[in-house]
Design a protein around this ligand. Structure first.
Ligand SMILES: C[S@@+](CC[C@H](N)C(=O)[O-])C[C@H]1O[C@@H](n2cnc3c(N)ncnc32)[C@H](O)[C@@H]1O
Length: 398
């Protein structure tokens, strides 16, 4: 008989505390052993796209003085290495002096990870411009200097924050609760089979069960969040969505750290709404939890919010928040969100590569959505096409 811990609201469940402890303590071993995937957005091509985007904006802003970049949740430092190489390459090739004026602040909430990264020598090639900083993305009082960064980047970080999962069925709202197997029971079971858990990946093997409990959503969420979240459910159908409130809090923090003409660039997995009461299962890497992010909610939030309380003192630019949401791949859910402060003085430059990715993938994505979600319409369209081909004699002729 499996011994389960009591049900807890998903975002408050024990599994997130295991996740926190894991990343606080595991150090670079998590990446070296291949437990945490990172090539998706940390490879040179992806880093190059971001460097290109940044340079395009620096050019249009005619940026002066020291250029300060903050990378949050940097982990293994692979992205930093590739980004700095790409930025240097672009600057040398196009004869800009941005690289010579650069400070790269590499941060993570784990001191262990940062210490091991510094000692590993992985970033020694750039050691003159690198600064290591412990920074918790959810900490509003982190001690980092406000309004001081030209670029804040986070890869696979927004999915690290607890989120709530809601389902809407026949106009009623429900929330996901999780109950996990007592970790001690798993340890005992594995020991009895002669296995040992220290291989470092056991959270995935913990037995889990979830259920949905009805709630009054009006009492649970701030009104502006609720109104936006409601638009993320499927119209007229039962569906489930992720309420990425942790990611939103992190983005709000990042905004306070940006210079007036700074950019935030975050890449992560998107959580689209799911049909029915769906647990929106996270991924488990090593002993960590990765909950895909509801980018639609984040995007609409900044689109509809005039200005955040913490930015009220700013002179609002004519343009307000400028954003882009890039579907990196039309089928896989990897997304990149680019966000400026409301007083950003130029219009946001996506840079050649992102512009291309944005347009191509938007089109392909729309087609894909159409195929997946509108199967019926597709059959009807196919029928009409066949009828047309028959009536015009094309099929008969072939
Ligand atoms: C999935 S890894 C991503 C690492 C790296 N950015 C990459 O793309 O390979 C998540 C990283 O975020 C860090 N992290 C988790 N929660 C954090 C928080 N609240 N603030 C800052 N860093 C955090 C973890 O320590 C870990 O290094």
């Amino acid at each position: 008989m499996v011994s389960y811990l009591p049900y807890e609201r998903f975002d408050e469940s024990r599994i997130w505390r295991i996740h926190q402890d894991y990343f606080q303590n595991v150090g670079l071993k998590a990446w070296r052993k291949g437990h945490i995937p990172y090539s998706g957005v940390s490879n040179f091509t992806e880093a190059y796209k971001k460097a290109r985007l940044f340079v395009s904006n620096l050019i249009s802003l005619q940026a002066q003085g020291t250029i300060r970049i903050l990378e949050v949740g940097a982990g293994f430092g692979e992205f930093a290495k590739n980004f700095l190489s790409a930025l240097r390459e672009i600057c040398v090739y196009e004869e800009h002096d941005f690289f010579e004026r650069l400070e790269y602040h590499i941060s993570d909430f784990s001191q262990t990870t940062l210490d091991e990264l510094a000692e590993s020598g992985r970033l020694d090639e750039f050691k003159e411009l690198i600064h290591y900083k412990v920074f918790d993305a959810l900490d509003r009082y982190s001690g980092l200097e406000k309004e001081s960064y030209d670029l804040v980047m986070a890869n696979y970080l927004l999915d690290q924050f607890p989120a709530r999962i809601f389902a809407r069925s026949k106009g009623r709202y429900f929330e996901k609760y999780l109950s996990i197997e007592d970790p001690q029971a798993l340890i005992d079971r594995e020991k009895s089979k002669g296995f040992w858990l220290s291989r470092g990946k056991w959270v995935k093997r913990l037995k889990k069960r979830h259920r949905f409990i009805e709630l009054d959503i009006d009492d649970e969420l701030p009104m502006e969040h609720r109104e936006i979240l409601e638009t993320c459910f499927r119209r007229g159908k039962d569906s489930s969505v992720v309420y990425s409130y942790g990611s939103l809090a992190a983005l709000r923090n990042f905004l306070t750290l940006l210079k007036a003409n700074g950019l935030i660039v975050c890449s992560d997995f998107n959580a689209a709404s799911k049909p029915g009461m769906d647990g929106c299962e996270p991924c488990y890497y090593g002993n960590s939890v990765a909950q895909a992010v509801n980018f639609e909610f984040l995007f609409k939030y900044f689109k509809q919010t005039d200005k955040l309380d913490e930015l009220k003192h700013l002179e609002q630019g004519e343009l307000g928040y400028q954003m882009a949401l890039i579907y990196e791949d039309p089928i896989k859910p990897l997304h990149t969100m680019i966000l400026t402060r409301p007083d950003y003085s130029q219009s946001l430059e996506l840079g050649r590569i992102y512009q291309k990715v944005y347009h191509q993938n938007w089109l392909l994505r729309t087609l894909y959505k159409f195929l997946v979600e509108m199967q019926l319409a597709c059959y009807v369209l196919l029928l009409f096409m066949l009828l047309y081909l028959f009536s015009s004699g094309i099929i008969g002729f072939l």
